[in-house]
Structure formats: C-alpha cells, structure tokens
Ligand binder design. Sequence first.
Ligand SMILES: Nc1nc2c(ncn2[C@@H]2O[C@H](COP(=O)(O)OP(=O)(O)OP(=O)(O)O)[C@@H](O)[C@H]2O)c(=O)[nH]1
Ligand SMILES: [Mg+2]
Length: 307
Amino acid sequence: MNLLDDRRPGRREAALGLLATLERAAAAQTNAGAARIGITGAPGAGKSTLLDALVRRLRARGQTVGIVAVDPSSRVSGGALLGDRARVRSGARDRGVFFRSMAARERLGGLADATWPSMAVLSAVFDVVFVETVGVGQSEAEVTELVDTLLFVAQPGAGDVLQFMKAGILEHPDVFAVNKADVGAAAERTAGELAAGLSLGAQADADWRPPVLLVSARDGRGIDELADALAAHRAHLVASGELAERRRRARTAYVSDTLERRYGSFGVERIGGREALRARADAGHGAGFETALAIGREIEAALGKPA
Ligand SMILES: Nc1nc2c(ncn2[C@@H]2O[C@H](COP(=O)(O)OP(=O)(O)OP(=O)(O)O)[C@@H](O)[C@H]2O)c(=O)[nH]1
Ligand SMILES: [Mg+2]
C-alpha cells in the first residue's frame, strides 16, 4: 500500500509491477476472489457507523475485511478518526481488519485511478473489500464501475421517490439499506418510498431485484440480514457470469482514468482520443495494469518522449 503512494521515479513502475503480479495471481485463482463492495449515500446517512457494525458481523462470521474510505478533502481528519474507531471497535490487534483512508483531493484523475490499485492489493489479502464514498449523485455512477456490489445507505426523511429518481441514485445500487431504523416510522416511510421508486424504474441487471432493508447501526437491527443480502448478491453475480463483466468494466475504468490523469487529453488524442482509449482498455484481456503500462508507453512514444 505504501508503494502505491510512492511518487518517486522508479517506484511507480515497481508499484505497477506488483499490481501486475497480483493480477496474474488473481487470474489463476479458481474462485471469484475477494468480494468488492462499494458503500455510498448522503453525508451523515450513517455509512461509517453501519460499516463498522457490518465489519464486526463479518468478523464474527470468520471473514477478514479491508476498507478504503474516500473522504472529501475537508474532512480527512474525520476519516482518520473513523479509522481509529474501526480499529478500536474491532480490536486493535485484529489482523483481520485493515483500514485505509484516502483524501479526495488526492484524486487528480477519476475515482478509479486512486482506489482501484488499493482495492487490488486488499483483495489479495482479505475476504471482503469495502470502498466508502460520499454520495453526491455522480459518485454512485463512478463507484459502481469499480465494485461488484453497490450498497446505498439512505437515512429517514431523505426525500420522496421523485427526489431519489432525480438524483439518479435508483439505477446503480444492488442493495439499499435505510439506516437509523431505531427512529421509527420515518425510516419505514423512506423504505416504502425507495421500494416504490424501484418498482417504477428499470434496473441495469434484469435478474436481480435490489432489496430495501431497514437497518440500525445503533441497535444492530437488520445487520445480519444486510450481510446476507450482500452475500446473496455476490452469489447471483457468480452464478450469472455478471461478476466477470463487472470486473472487466472496473479494469477499463481504471486504465482510462489513470492514462487520462497521467497524459491529459493532449496525450490521449495521440492514440485517437477518449473512445479509442476506452476501446483499447476494454480489449486488454484481464490485465489492467499491464495494459495501462503498455498504452502509456505508446502515448509517450507518440509524444516523442523516451518510454
Ligand atoms: N439514531 C441513529 N443514528 C445513527 C445510526 N447510525 C449512525 N447514526 C448517527 O449518524 C451520524 C452520522 O454517522 P456517520 O456514520 O458518520 O455517517 P456517514 O454517512 O459516514 O457520514 P459522512 O462520512 O460524513 O458522509 C452520527 O452522529 C451517528 O452516530 C443509527 O443507526 N441510528
Ligand atoms: Mg463516513
């Protein structure tokens, strides 16, 4: 993880080398590898508290967990605090939990460029990998490109169906959790509104109906059911073949993001522009990091720089 952050010349290539090795090892695995789960939702919905409760439940079930939290830059300290809290609650000596906080301002490119390498490393070590991001409309679309399963955390009174639909949050999540169920009727109303909204819209995956669960990170209600729903979605992805499709999509997002950040639109134009880049990234047969290296060298050659 430290190597991924190292900006010194030479270390970057070493990091990509490590990632390519992990990628080859993952491709040789016969099982589906770590479950990659995104958590999104409005600020203050209770994502971190819920994740904390979920992690303890998964640990009790014998699963190990890696977490990447992407914080808006103004609240990095909050993220660090959460990290301490998560470590304290799950036991400081618990080697089965690892937490990494990442400032959003480090995101020069897209979300993929910053988080996918971290997820790849954590996936090599832990059974379940979570990425927490704050939902602001666009981030649902961004994070859904990187994970196998997207969990949306809503809070009571978050709005009516129309608002959810306008914000575009109904189409991406695979599982919805209305948190703070301990407040009572307002939570049930919000869950009802979400379910009604979902019945109107067309889901991206026609064979999966996203469940809407009432949970409380505070009193523990629904946490077991939430863990079950996440596991059920993963089983569905494996059985339907959709998992491979989502992993391919994540790889394409990563390769495009990282090259666009590194070489800018000028560099990307040299190999035919954005669409051409995405098509090339898509054709990279499971080897995202190696593909990124190869296309990068090509752009550098086209720019007249030494590779
Ligand atoms: N009543 C009640 N309050 C909760 C519950 N879960 C979280 N909260 C409270 O909601 C507030 C926000 O919780 P966080 O977990 O920090 O929310 P978050 O979505 O991670 O917030 P950001 O990371 O800032 O976007 C805190 O004051 C929590 O104590 C719950 O189940 N019930
Ligand atoms: Mg949080």
